[in-house]
Design a protein around this ligand. Sequence first.
Ligand code: GLU
Length: 294
Amino acid sequence: MTTPVFRFAPSPNGHLHIGHALSALLNARAAIALKGRFLVRVEDIDQTRCTSQLEEEMFEDLAWLGVPLDEPVLRQSENFSHYRSALEKLQDMGVVYPAYLTRAEIKRFVFRFEENGRSWPRDPDGAPVYPGDDAVLTEDERQTRADSDAPFALRLDMKKALRKLDRELTWDEAGAEGKALFEPVRKIPVEAVAWGDVVLARKDTPTSYHLSVVVDDARQGITDVLRGLDLYHATSVHRVLQELLGLPEPRYRHHRLILGEDGRKLSKSNQDTSLRSLRQNGMTHVQLRKLIGL
Ligand code: GLU
């Protein structure tokens, strides 16, 4: 049997909070139970918001939590060439196109579309599905932007990609929390159309979350992706990219989220739930584990 490899993949764009602690501890626990490895990946492609200071503090938090980490750490900002090659592979397959609409233009289009009672589709994260440049811009305008230095995003033509794959895709979703951590495994049908044409890269950034996560899960040999339920639907996109790129399919498990008092996802800007401030206020890691039900 191959050694299971788990990972924790935070972005150092703020301090870790108790939701990250749950994720890191569940991964560490699973790796220990299965005699596997537990790797950390620093998801720092957003070089404007991620800093080395925050990364350092993130490792301090993990040390305090007492999670045993294996080496090496993968830092996405040091791996842009790998994302670039994956992107080129997708471009060669003809499933990537430059998209010129700005956020404001998309917003205006959706606003107009919905003015008379119709509703424009939203992706599983609640963002409007990309309407396509030709829904908004004249042919001349599209050409002008293509010929100029205008900013663009490289998007996956989702329908074309699915036609190319031409098979029903699924992913393996394992277990429930507690004793049944890895069993049973259910086949979940991939529903990628709902995402529309997701962003794979931008003019000045050779990757996006979706692209780098599948490239890195493969490069790090991750067999088990154990992450929060907020990323459950994103797995459909990841499976499509894995199939297009010929990457191995890890097993997935999405764990419960810790919600704030307002019932919403915790945010890195809320200092009350950051591991750093809890620690500075005298909490021990044992108390923390109890607080998050572990
Ligand atoms: N970097 C992502 C986050 O902090 C996690 C990515 C993943 O686990 O796939 O939410």
